[in-house]
Design a protein around this ligand. Structure first.
Ligand code: MG
Length: 457
């Protein structure tokens, strides 16, 4: 049931009231005696209804519930830890299209459920082991309206608020009608920014643009930053665990650039340390942090894996190239609002613009492609990836996640999507053309090979 980022299904089709109730009951069964639970939700049309179904099922399963309402995913995670709750449940489908929703389980330490917990929930669900309580042991449900304040207090305690207030940055914030509408405008206010919001009201139909913050979806934000001469533009995905940035010239800054910049700043601040990131990340990270005593530790793809690896290795910074940044001293979870505050702090302390800071980074180019591939053919195709290289020579092959082949020109990674019948192809080189050629030639080879397998079947 649980994918790389919890359960995500189509509302009213596979994600029914009954399903949410049964999964929540199974979660309650697995967590008997380990409450209270914090329940939060994103801004989707179905979230208030399904959030209450989850809260009700947990309480019927004997768990005391604290409902904290619509909040970004990292805000719920932060509240679980701050409130010393036993665990948390978030009704969210992050950046998926509006017809989706989902369930994400949070452990007592504020990190996503471990795979073991997920497995226990899946087993309880499959076996129909739902905690049935008599009237004396039903949990209570209380409403807590301080979740946003608690979360923003945590973020502002991490940055130089005095310097930020004095600087009064001009910021354009695109909330994409998601959960950040209830926190990021207030954060900017508290940091003394002069800000304008786009798509700043919660609306689960996502009328402004799709809730994935890609360059294509952020054209209004880009125009607005240019028009008013803002210092930066920032956009969050639907549940605001990610933040992507537009520089002062109105240029979309690729996620791997911000990741590399903030990894460098974190390592500098800590005087060294481990940066944890999936195999999809840029070689620029290692180059940028090495002079400050930083080391990269690669993981499989998925932010929960990165969080757990940071926990076990004492990583100072982590995250992914898609705008998901993890600041260890705040919490071991991707956090869009924390990323926003931290980037502003780097701007004020360095006295540089975002485009100047990005220009200092090692010049790598990361390109991504997608190729359709039926799930049944995945393993077969993966095993052939090194042989399918017809550009550059394979000098190193890593199978930590998918297949990553290093060549003299850079590297190319082929990995099956966790949620769709496609392969994602990533390629990187110091030369943009070379990166594009690596990605395109691999995409073409994989596609041709998949078709030949289908043709012969
Ligand atoms: Mg998200």
């Amino acid at each position: 049931m649980f994918g790389t980022n919890g359960i995500r299904e189509v509302v009213g089709k596979t994600l029914t009231t009954r399903f949410v109730s049964d999964v929540s009951s199974a979660i309650a069964w697995v967590h008997q005696g380990k409450g209270p639970a914090v329940v939060g939700m994103d801004a989707r049309t179905s979230s208030p209804a399904l959030g209450r179904v989850a809260a009700g099922a947990l309480a019927m399963g004997g768990i005391d519930v604290r409902e904290i309402g619509t909040l970004p995913t990292p805000a719920v995670q932060y509240n679980v830890r701050e409130l010393h709750a036993g665990f948390g449940v978030i009704v969210t489908a992050s950046h998926n299209p509006p017809e989706f929703n989902g369930i994400k389980g949070i452990a007592g330490d504020g990190l996503e459920f471990t795979r073991e917990t997920e497995r226990s929930v899946e087993e309880a669900y499959a076996a129909g082991r739902f905690a049935a309580q008599d009237y004396r042991s039903i949990g209570t449900i209380v409403t807590d309206g301080l979740g946003a304040t608690r979360y923003l207090d945590g973020i502002t305690s991490q940055v130089d608020v005095a310097a930020l207030r004095k600087r009064r940055f001009r910021v354009v914030l695109d909330c994409g009608n998601g959960a950040s509408t209830v926190t990021s405008p207030t954060l900017l206010l508290r940091l003394g920014a002069k800000y304008t919001t786009l798509n700043g009201n919660p609306d689960g139909t996502f009328p402004g643009h799709d809730s994935e913050p890609t360059e294509e979806n952020l054209q209004d934000l880009i125009r607005y930053v240019r028009t008013i001469g803002a210092d930066i533009g920032v956009a969050h995905d639907g549940d605001a665990d990610r933040a992507v940035f537009i520089d002062e010239q109105g240029t979309f800054v690729p996620g791997e650039k911000i990741f590399t910049l903030m990894a460098r700043e974190s390592v500098k601040k800590h005087g060294g340390g481990v940066v944890v990131t999936p195999v999809t990340s840029s070689d620029a990270v290692a180059d940028a942090i090495a002079p400050f005593g930083g080391k990269v530790r690669f993981t499989r793809v998925g932010s929960p894996v990165v969080s757990r690896a940071m926990q076990s290795e004492g990583g100072v910074f982590g995250g992914e190239e898609n705008g998901g940044l993890i600041f260890a001293e705040h919490q071991l979870a991707r956090d869009g609002a924390m990323a926003l505050a931290a980037v502003l702090e780097v701007l004020v302390h360095s006295g540089k613009t975002l485009s100047e800071l990005v220009a200092e980074l090692p010049p790598y180019h990361l390109v991504k492609r997608k190729v359709p591939c039926p799930i049944a053919l995945r393993e077969k195709v993966l095993s052939e990836v090194p042989a399918l290289m017809d550009r550059g020579k394979a000098i190193e092959v890593s199978t930590l996640d998918g297949v990553k082949v290093r060549t003299t020109e850079g590297w190319v990674l082929v990995r099956p999507s966790g949620t769709e019948p496609i392969y994602r192809i990533f390629a990187e080189s110091r030369d943009r053309k070379a990166a594009e050629l690596l990605a395109d030639s691999m995409a073409k080879s994989v596609d041709t090979y998949v078709r030949s397998l289908q043709g012969s079947a």
